[in-house]
Design a protein around this ligand. Structure first.
Ligand code: PHE
Length: 337
């Protein structure tokens, strides 16, 4: 029996050490330690061994089992180390990594954020409305009759159901007055749409910023003071501002605003429309709401609206408005935030 144990140990350890992969190692394990393996059969043979020999042979058998298990473990570790080394050898750590791109803030967004920040300091809050508007919110409620040229099919994108892409953000004035009571002090930046032929100075979609302030005794002086403060904050204290009489159906009196600032190239620039909310607009809102909180005998207000795209173009001195929407990274990367 001793001889058989010794022979089996030599045989098993040799088989294990010569295993070149996991498969042959598993095979060696089964052959020697498995249910019908050599060691198992030897253990069964212990039954026929005399009582005196039993402790000694049992100990030998145990040592055999431990030796085989240790050999298996050592070989397994060696094989794993080998395959790790092979995998690492196939890896070229000198290859360049994948760069993560950092974005930058679009110049239009940058301008918009600054503008919003200034009006916020004056107590204006952001308001919003849908880009797809009803004719009523975009025109009728703003005192713009059906025969007004702005409503021409050639100028506006109409949907089959009669709604349209809003031609200005002034529709948000209406949405706000429908749902809130005075005092109202909002700004509403957003997209507006017109059926313009796209060229270097025109896009069919552009960005506007609307403002509305309604309270008791709001005056033209408030309008003028607010916008002067705003443009001087935005473009510098030496900015000059000019109010020219104009006409809008929903304001009376109405003005166009020109400004001149070094930041904008030092030339007069026609910029914005504004005026005192026309009493007819308040009257229409009262009818729609079914109450008199916007009674034009009680409240007054001013409104303004300006385009941001041309301002951005002047600020960053680009010759073509289409650059703002082409999403060309070479363009955008020139304006790190
Ligand atoms: N909605 C006008 C436009 O797009 C601008 C404007 C807004 C004028 C508010 C007066 C008051 O031209």
């Amino acid at each position: 029996m001793e001889d058989r144990i010794a022979a089996l140990q030599t045989e098993a350890v040799a088989a294990i050490e010569s295993a070149t992969d996991r498969k042959s190692l598993d095979a060696a394990r089964v052959t020697h330690l498995g249910k019908s393996g050599g060691i198992t059969r030897l253990s069964e043979g212990m039954r026929d061994v005399s009582k005196d020999d039993r402790p000694r042979l049992g100990k030998l058998l145990n040592e055999l089992r431990q030796a085989v298990n240790a050999a298996l473990e050592a070989r397994e570790l060696a094989l794993a180390t080998e395959s790790d080394a092979a995998a690492l050898a196939a890896l070229d750590i000198t290859l360049p990594g994948t760069r993560s791109e950092t974005g930058s803030i679009h110049p239009l967004t940058h301008l918009l954020d600054k503008a919003v920040g200034i009006f916020r300091r004056l107590g204006f809050v952001l308001a919003d409305g849908p880009d797809i508007e009803t004719e009523w919110h975009c025109f009728d409620a703003l005192n713009t009759p059906a025969d007004h040229p702005a409503r021409n099919e050639q100028d506006t994108f109409y949907l089959p159901d009669g709604r349209l892409l809003r031609t200005h953000t002034s529709s948000v004035q209406v949405r706000v007055m429908e749902s809130q009571a005075p005092p109202v002090r909002i700004i509403a930046p957003g997209a507006a749409y017109r059926r313009d032929e796209v060229d270097a100075t025109h896009l069919a979609q552009f960005t506007q910023m609307e403002g509305l302030y309604v309270d008791r005794q709001v005056s033209v002086a408030d309008l003028k003071g607010t916008l002067e403060y705003f443009f001087r904050e935005l473009f510098g204290p030496e900015t000059e501002i000019r109010f020219r009489p104009h006409f809008f159906p929903f304001t009376e009196p109405s003005y166009e605003i020109d400004i001149r600032a070094q930041a904008l190239g030092g030339k007069w620039m026609e910029l914005a429309g504004c005026g005192m909310v026309d009493p007819a607009v308040f009257e229409g809102i009262c009818q729609k709401r079914g109450d008199r909180v916007f009674d034009p005998e009680e409240v007054t207000g001013f409104a303004f609206g300006f385009g941001l795209d041309r301002l951005a173009m002047n600020l960053i001195q680009i010759p073509d408005i289409r650059m703002l929407v082409e999403n060309d990274l070479r363009f955008l990367q020139q304006f790190p935030a």
